[in-house]
Design a protein around this ligand. Structure first.
Ligand code: SF4
Length: 251
């Protein structure tokens, strides 16, 4: 890999890079797009799922208070301010999360080992990979299943899942038995058995990401821009002709 600035590459950075390198570069420099209600709702739902898995089921009468505690004890408090969310809008979000939580509690929990499992690995000088797996389950036939909960539709989760598989391999020395994404909203499920070829491909793409970004930052060259639905929340959209033309098509 090219030497240069220290980089912490998360699953979302990697997934974003595959869609648009320029947006991934902006995120790595701390430039993020606007907050959205959907993102706020998704983070709150994940915190409630984790609370359920680690502390037991949440009685219906305590649900609003549990959500308020999760918001108050996390970065969601600031996001709420950024979104200028009124109490009535927050009540609507909490009721939507309640609906997701009720679906979530119907999912099987056999083999549960832990939630919000943090993984980190140094793969080269100044290059760290990091990710948080929503839930880890022990499989009856051996090994572990890594699960990512989605609160929206299941749109092409494979890159994110294989990034987690690589991190798990680097951390434990073993490939997970399965990686899986489950939409709590729609019931869609995607599961795959990761192979060493998959891990090798992701590692090669991460090396490409590091080289491209470090070279661009060292020389001042522009990073490639690739438009798509992801432009909507891109911090570069205002000055990006590619993004604007995609926006015009989608509107
Ligand atoms: S607006 Fe779209 S094309 Fe432009 S940098 Fe952002 S994601 Fe890439």
């Amino acid at each position: 890999m090219v030497h240069g600035e220290a980089l912490k590459v998360s699953a979302s950075t990697y997934v974003t890079f595959k869609k648009c390198p320029a947006q991934a570069g902006a995120r790595l420099q701390g430039i993020y797009g606007p907050e959205s209600r959907q993102s706020f709702l998704g983070i709150l739902a994940h915190r409630i799922f984790s609370r359920h898995l680690t502390s037991g089921s949440i009685p219906s009468d305590d649900f609003v208070q549990a959500c308020r505690e999760e918001i108050g004890g996390s970065s969601l408090n600031n996001k709420m301010t950024d979104l200028e969310m009124r109490p009535s809008a927050l009540a609507g979000v909490i009721e939507e999360v309640r609906g997701l939580y009720e679906r979530f509690t119907r999912l099987p929990s056999e083999g549960f080992e832990g939630s919000e499992h943090n993984l980190e690995a140094t793969v080269a000088e100044g290059v760290d990979l990091m990710g948080t797996v929503d839930a880890v389950y022990r499989e009856d036939l051996g090994g572990f299943r890594l699960v990512d909960w989605k609160t929206g539709e299941l749109t092409d989760p494979e890159d994110q899942l294989l990034f987690y598989a690589l991190l798990w391999l680097l951390d434990s020395g073993e490939m997970p038995a399965y990686v899986e994404a489950v939409s709590v909203r729609t019931g869609e499920r995607y599961r795959t058995v990761p192979s060493s070829a998959d891990a090798g491909r992701v590692a090669a793409e991460i090396a490409e990401l590091v080289d491209l970004l470090r070279n661009a930052w060292a020389t001042g060259a522009d990073l490639p821009r690739t438009g798509g639905p992801w432009c909507r929340y891109c911090p570069l959209l205002e000055d990006c002709e590619e993004g604007k033309s995609v926006g015009a098509l989608l509107d």
